[in-house]
Design a protein around this ligand. Structure first.
Ligand code: ISE
Length: 344
């Protein structure tokens, strides 16, 4: 159901990628955001491109993402291509001055993300938002609001649990940290309102003869203000998908109850349905994310996770990868934030 806010002028959006996330974003923009119109879509898979384009009434289709970015009918771009293309495509949007919502991670390293920050600062205005969509998850927002209200007192600890159901995918340490745990690393900064200064990461491989793989990653965190934290990122739990956070303060704690399904009792059993994947668990968050993005474009006031957040999360991710490889704690030095990224 489209949001209530009908508007005289729609923002014309081009979506890069018609796979899982690209399709979801294109459908949300088309069916849930009255102020947006998906006018262009690109993908290298012609069949997938055709299906999603037809479902969203798309005018222009491309196999070349750069052509979509340059097209005169495209005002804003949503990047849902594979991670390795995110940085270059974001830079291409900055080069033509078009606002962009780039799926996480912004880049595959802090250095690559920093180059995007530098380009955006040089351009003098915020154009980049990063798809760290947990900022739009009602369960996360309720926990963060309790901390921000002072109800918990001084915060002492962050705990994040990120469970993927998955089929054995033999993912590497780098991939798990940059593609999956990057959400938890951002939540650890955003929810605590503090910077991480040291990490210690360890991992359980899929098998002893494949030590470069990571089935489960554990990350310990130390914050500038003295708080601590830990993140468990399990890539193949084998039962479903769950993401939970808990903040512990001097006066109490607050945590998400991420299972939104009903508790069922019958035949001497009690249980709840557990979501299958992130598209189910964060269905509401993805809609709110693009609604607020389009609204921010209409009013010319950028909101949400910025390129700086994408850069800072990659600084922590780089340190986690180094720690997992060395077996030692690694310090993180997040520099002073450029003024244009301060959130009001
Ligand atoms: C995926 O790309 C996501 O963004 C999901 O939120 C995360 O849970 C999953 O592990 C990633 O692969």
């Amino acid at each position: 159901m489209r949001d209530k806010q009908e508007t005289a002028r729609q923002i014309r959006v081009g979506v890069i990628g018609a796979g899982g996330m690209g399709e979801r974003h294109a459908r949300n923009l088309t069916h849930e955001v009255a102020a947006a119109q998906v006018v262009a879509l690109s993908d290298v898979d012609a069949a997938r491109l055709g299906v999603v384009a037809a479902a969203c009434g798309v005018t222009h289709t491309f196999t070349d993402a750069d052509e979509l970015i340059r097209h005169s009918d495209v005002e804003a771009v949503l990047i849902a291509a594979p991670d390795r293309f995110h940085a270059a495509l974001t830079q291409a949007c900055l080069a033509v001055g078009k606002p962009v919502l780039c799926e996480k991670p912004l880049a595959l390293s802090a250095a690559e993300a920093r180059r995007i920050v530098d380009a955006e600062v040089a351009g003098g205005r915020r154009l980049v938002q990063v798809g760290l969509m947990r900022e739009y998850d009602p369960a996360h927002l309720r926990v963060k609001q309790l901390l921000d209200s002072g109800a918990l007192g001084k915060v002492l600890a962050f705990r994040g649990v990120h469970i993927n159901g998955g089929a054995l995918s033999w993912r590497t340490v780098e991939d798990v940290i940059t593609n999956s745990a990057v959400h938890d690393l951002h939540s650890a900064r955003w929810m605590m309102g503090d910077e991480i200064v040291r990490v210690y990461a360890s991992h359980a491989p899929y098998s002893a003869d494949r030590p470069d793989t990571a089935r489960l990653v554990l990350i310990q965190l130390h914050y500038r203000g003295g708080a601590v934290g830990h993140i468990e990122c399990n890539m193949e739990a084998g039962y479903g998908y769950e993401v939970d956070v808990k903040l512990t303060g001097e006066r109490g704690s607050a945590e998400t109850s991420s299972l939104q399904s009903a508790v069922v009792r019958r035949d001497n059993q009690r249980g709840q349905w557990i979501e299958q994947d992130w598209l189910q668990r964060f269905e509401t968050a993805y809609i709110h994310e693009v609604r607020e993005w389009i609204c921010s474009l209409q009013v010319g006031a950028p909101t949400g996770p910025s390129a700086w957040d994408g850069y800072a999360s990659m600084l922590v991710a780089d340190a986690c990868i180094a720690s997992a490889k060395s077996g030692q704690p690694v310090d993180v030095d997040i520099p002073e934030m450029a003024e244009m990224y301060r959130r009001t």
